[in-house]
Design a protein around this ligand. Structure first.
Ligand code: SF4
Length: 384
């Protein structure tokens, strides 16, 4: 079995009691059947406490004041302390590691929803690279795994990484480019013309392609009103999602007013430009965000052939997180630190990525709704 992971993967360390927003609070932790069996049999006083802390019907840990019943006052896990790490359930053992499974390949990432992981992901100024390792395991054979499509998706993903990490271009242009390429690649995937992909990628890597793309992109510049409307509509789509923490909705509503109600169009536009300028030295944070979303989700298109939807999901998420960043920057008197970025990103990831209905809804929206058509996204990106 081959394992693929980002270079920082093994540097991760849980902050445990020092964590600013522990993962053991705020959401229900699902317990796997093997752990449930172990909990049923665990002896002594702690065994009784353990069994009394499980909701056997929903197969999750009970919560008190939205905190896991086994999380103590020092923000440490009593299962870990009393019974050892071997007694942790699968969710707690793995988190914040995230696994994507493919035939004979496992891709592992750190979830953005963990503040410590988000700090590593976003704070890295170097271009992200990946490492592989191999472990001897029995060969896997998935019943219907389209290996040819998968290799094409891997090639496309390498191309997307190149574009995202092209630091000679602005973030807006990089996002516009991967959207435009994704749009054209999807039609080839839809028509089952995978053999055309190599030539298309070759063409996308030429200077002539970039010149042609830039010419087309220039038509989307200077549409501030449409750009603002687009951003606000995308923002408002977040209210359709299931909510994990009510404070999230409060944050969204409060910042929505700041950006789209309390400011005139001119003030908004000026703030966009000032914020862009302010973030010049921190632009890598958006590059890392995009890399994260593309790495985690893109190759999943082997199961649904929706490659373009996955690119849009990555770009729309990055655009929204950036817009939230601008609101917080305004709120903070025009300052914005890595910690501000980390806080927005991990909260977004908790709300959107860690709810199956939410991530599915977002992907369905960006795939099907007119609001997320290429021309509209380009106006939202480039129009300000
Ligand atoms: S959110 Fe991350 S750093 Fe915090 S307790 Fe959980 S795993 Fe550790």
């Amino acid at each position: 079995m081959e394992y693929l992971y980002p270079k920082y993967f093994y540097d991760f360390q849980c902050e445990a009691g020092e964590c600013s927003d522990t993962c053991c609070a705020g959401w229900k932790i699902a317990i796997d059947p093997v752990s449930l069996k172990k909990y049923r049999k665990y002896p002594g006083f702690f065994g009784n406490r353990l069994r009394n802390s499980v909701d056997w019907e929903t197969k999750t840990f009970d919560q008190y004041h939205r905190r896991c019943a086994l999380l103590n006052e020092e923000n440490l896990c009593d299962i870990y302390i009393e019974a050892g790490p071997g007694m942790l359930c699968k969710t707690c053992t793995r988190y914040p590691r995230h696994y994507e499974e493919f035939e004979n390949l496992r891709e592992i990432s750190l979830s953005l929803s963990c503040p410590a992981a988000a700090r590593m992901i976003l704070g890295d100024k170097e271009k992200l690279t990946f490492e592989t390792s191999f472990r001897k395991t029995p060969e896997e054979e998935y019943e219907s795994f389209d290996f040819f499509l998968f290799t094409k998706l891997q090639e496309i993903r390498d191309f997307l990484y190149e574009r995202i990490q092209d630091r000679d271009r602005s973030m807006e242009l990089r996002m516009a480019e991967i959207l435009a390429a994704g749009h054209d690649l999807q039609s080839r995937i839809g028509r089952k013309q995978l053999y055309e992909i190599d030539d298309f990628l070759k063409w996308c890597r030429t200077k002539a392609f970039q010149r042609q793309a830039d010419k087309k992109f220039s038509a989307y510049q200077n549409h501030p009103l449409e750009a603002r409307i687009q951003m606000r509509r995308m923002w408002r789509r977040l209210y359709r999602m299931e909510v994990l923490k009510p404070e999230w909705t409060t944050f969204l509503k409060y910042q929505e007013l700041r950006l789209y109600h309390d400011m005139s169009l001119d003030e908004y536009r000026k703030a966009c430009h000032e914020f862009e300028e302010y973030m010049k030295d921190q632009e890598t944070e958006y590059e890392q965000l995009l890399m994260y979303f593309i790495f985690v989700y893109f190759c999943g298109a082997v199961y649904d052939e929706n490659a373009y939807g996955k690119i849009k999901l990555a770009v729309v998420s990055t655009m929204l997180i950036r817009e939230m960043g601008m609101a917080v920057w305004l709120e903070n008197g025009k300052t914005f630190t890595l910690e501000d970025q980390v806080r927005i990103a991990y909260r977004y990831a908790r709300e959107i990525e860690h709810s199956d209905p939410n991530i599915e809804t977002l992907e369905a929206m960006v795939t099907d709704e007119d609001l997320f058509r290429l021309d509209r996204l380009l106006k939202g990106l480039l129009g300000r």
